[in-house]
Design a protein around this ligand. Structure first.
Ligand SMILES: *Cc1c(COP(=O)(O)O)cnc(C)c1O
Length: 710
């Protein structure tokens, strides 16, 4: 192979293109700066997409830019770091595991949230999947992701003057984003086919490279398909039951078929939520096909599969009427040589599911050697709900386990916080993400002073406010003000800034803070101790109740004394999330217990020095102590009526804000520094960052479930 001269501009152009197509840049701010510097405008309007930036340049044009010695030096350093990362051996120590060779894990999920320029996610589940892939890459765990290519994404949100949500579905042109069409050895698009009902449906795949991991998104928009099937994968969680079951057949069955076409034979299949569970039927078909008995085939499938559930709400578990399954699997069950009633039995359990329903969670549990919930509390709820189904398939030895969700720390560290940690930790911090001793050391006042931490907080808050004011010039509704007028009225950089951003699902109770308007008004009217709150989030297009919560927030945002202090930002995405989790002093989470399986946004806040105020549910139930944050409401109230629980939780929230959070934030010494607040920040960083991150989470999955010691 020809050796490349690292300084030769023509080679650098090629290497920059390789970098643009590898999402590694999305968790390395210095790489982002290169593309931003090339074209600040395109970087901004393309939602930070390096492929769109490079498309602006001819080879000659780009080489000309590299004539700038300072810029060339920066580019060279980034490329060097990137290529070093890609060539690094796995940092997973095989001695940690039950096998001395780590084999491929296939991870199937209905959505992947990797970056705001790739709109293939709707919320927490997708962001978690994206963070999982990034940590697998950092750790060098062999990992391949399978998902769906939603050309029209989830939806873009606009909110009008009356607080009504409008959804639009702009089409993504794959040639403009960092994805590549998977080709066969002859260079033609790799096309796979499968039967749905009695039709053969074809699909192609788009590959996202996330560091060292590939993620393949399946796409039925190919000319070989009947018109009705071309749009099958266009929308995330859109359409009716027919669309839903067909999408899930593509994801599960198509996912396995794609892996085979690629020549990948994973040792472990991880179904992240029930949407992917049809994969087990395709694995079963393969085993029956090579002549195993039904029982042997079932065992063989079970030895390879892992199932994770994320939904504590019974109705949230994906299910289909059995006649719909029958209709879609008619030909398939003949191919499997498995009678239809036996196929249907895999998705039913008379103790927990109605006779005429096929439940994806049941299918997943019956065919998995391990299953888990995503926080301790959620695992208890899950065991109570589904423990019988799982035990029934496995004998009493196994039970539903727990791996608590985390976040990919480098992805949720704002650029400013990133520079802060680099300054203080001599570039080592990324290697110690899940090392408690390291975080204990660096949060020590001898290493970072109160003054420095407070300066970081004030910078991040200011950055959020400027981002919002900038956005207010073109976004239609932000707290009822728009245009230039907004600049003068919106927010204050000295106020205690609270954030609430997540899906507008009713159980998340976005408006709990405003359930008693006079108490809320008192909190928002103190000129000595100003507070403000920023909301963001989408309601599912068919969730009328969720939309009502949104309307209520918009109404409140217009009223005195909330005007200019209560804001709603449209079109929540990973970019807005990054600003919010960095800029807010306090992150508010008020779900109705026990419906929050884990929640992760509160974990993102801590990395940037924010504090968490939350109901004791999901991850907070196990992480909380009074030195690191605040707990809203009381557990044990759970048998009261929901109105009464709402009332008590709201009282508790007012009490905490009024008597604890606000006084602590404004308790300043002569230098204007809130020493006790900062002490709390240090405690939270020290205890939360090293535990509630996806490096720890992926290692837990690897040790407990992917490659367990026997
Ligand atoms: C982190 C994140 C979520 C998940 O937040 P929860 O607290 O789990 O509800 C949803 N959407 C976006 C864009 C995120 O970044």
């Amino acid at each position: 192979m020809k050796t490349v001269d690292r300084k030769k501009p023509a080679d650098i152009v090629v290497r920059l293109h390789a970098l643009a197509y590898n999402l590694w840049w999305s968790w390395n701010p210095k790489a982002q700066l290169i593309f931003e510097e090339l074209s600040p405008l395109i970087w901004e309007i393309s939602n930070h997409n390096p492929v769109a930036v490079l498309a602006q340049f001819s080879g000659v044009g780009l080489r000309a830019r590299l004539g700038d010695r300072r810029f060339l030096k920066d580019v060279d350093a980034v490329l060097h770091a990137f290529e070093h990362y890609m060539s690094k051996k796995s940092t997973c120590d095989p001695n940690d595991f039950g096998r001395n060779k780590l084999e491929v894990v296939a991870y199937l999920c209905a959505e992947f949230g990797l970056h705001e320029c790739l709109p293939f996610y709707s919320g927490g589940l997708g962001v978690l999947a994206g963070d999982h892939a990034k940590s697998a890459s950092d750790l060098g765990l062999p990992f391949v992701g399978i998902g769906l290519f939603y050309r029209q994404g989830y939806f873009q949100q606009r909110v009008d003057n009356t607080g009504t949500q409008h959804e639009s579905y702009p089409t993504t042109d794959p040639s403009t984003i960092p994805v590549e069409l998977v080709k066969d050895p002859e260079g033609k698009p790799l096309l796979c086919g499968m039967t749905i009902g009695s039709t053969i449906v074809y699909f192609q795949a788009w590959k996202i490279q996330a560091g060292r991991c590939g993620i393949f998104l399946l796409d039925t928009d190919v000319k070989e398909n009947e018109e009705a099937f071309r749009g099958l994968t266009a929308f995330a969680y859109g359409g009716d039951m027919n669309t839903r079951i067909r999408q899930e057949m593509i994801l599960g069955i198509g996912g396995v078929k794609l892996l085979r076409a690629l020549g990948v034979k994973p040792e472990v299949y991880h179904m992240n939520e029930g949407h992917a569970a049809f994969l087990t039927l395709e694995l079963l078909r393969e085993q029956l096909d090579v002549g195993l008995s039904k029982q042997e085939a079932e065992e063989a499938v079970r030895s390879q599969c892992i199932f994770t559930t994320h939904t504590p709400v019974p109705a949230g578990h994906d299910h289909f009427p059995t006649d719909l399954v029958e209709f879609h699997f008619r030909t398939y069950s003949e191919l499997m040589k498995l009678p239809m009633n036996e196929l249907l039995e895999y998705g039913r359990d008379s103790r927990v599911t109605p006779e005429n329903q096929f439940v994806m969670t049941v299918l997943g549990l019956k065919f998995s050697r391990a299953a888990n919930g995503v926080s301790k509390k959620h695992s208890e709820t899950t065991s109570a709900m589904w423990g019988n189904v799982f035990d029934g398939a496995h004998g009493k030895k196994s039970s539903i386990g727990c791996v608590t969700n985390g976040v990919h720390v480098p992805s949720w560290t704002s650029r400013t916080s990133w520079e802060f940690w680099e300054r203080h930790n001599s570039h080592k911090w990324k290697e110690h993400l899940n090392d408690p001793r390291f975080w204990n050391h660096v949060t020590n006042p001898k290493i970072v002073s109160d003054e420095e931490l407070w300066a970081l907080r004030c910078t991040l808050r200011r950055e959020l406010i400027e981002f919002i004011r900038q956005g207010a010039r073109h976004l239609h509704v932000i707290g009822g003000v728009h245009g230039e007028e907004a600049l003068a009225h919106l927010l204050s950089s000295d106020a205690l800034t609270i954030g609430f951003a997540r899906r507008f699902a009713p159980y998340k109770r976005a408006s709990l803070l405003f359930s008693n308007l006079s108490q809320a008004a008192t909190l928002f009217s103190d000129p000595q101790r100003p507070i403000q709150i920023v909301f963001a989030g989408k309601a599912h297009p068919r969730d009328g109740e969720g939309k009502e919560f949104l309307r209520r927030i918009i109404d409140i945002a217009r009223e005195h004394p909330f005007f200019g202090k209560v804001l709603f930002i449209e079109d929540y995405d990973m970019n807005i999330a990054r600003y919010l989790v960095a800029g807010c002093d306090v992150w508010l989470n008020t779900p109705r217990r026990p419906f929050e399986a884990s929640g992760t946004s509160g974990q993102k806040v801590i990395i940037n020095g924010g504090l968490h105020v939350s109901v004791l549910d999901g991850w907070w139930y196990e992480a909380y102590n009074s030195k690191i944050g605040w707990a809203v409401g009381r557990n044990g109230d759970d048998n009261l009526s929901s109105e009464e629980i709402d009332r008590r939780d709201a009282e508790s929230l007012y009490d905490i804000l009024k008597n604890e959070v606000i006084p602590l934030f404004f308790d300043r010494d002569r230098e204007g520094i809130p020493r006790q607040w900062i002490a709390k920040m240090r405690n939270a960083m020290r205890t939360i960052i090293p535990v509630y991150n996806t490096h720890r989470m992926v290692m837990d999955y690897a040790k407990k479930y992917y490659f367990p010691k026997k």
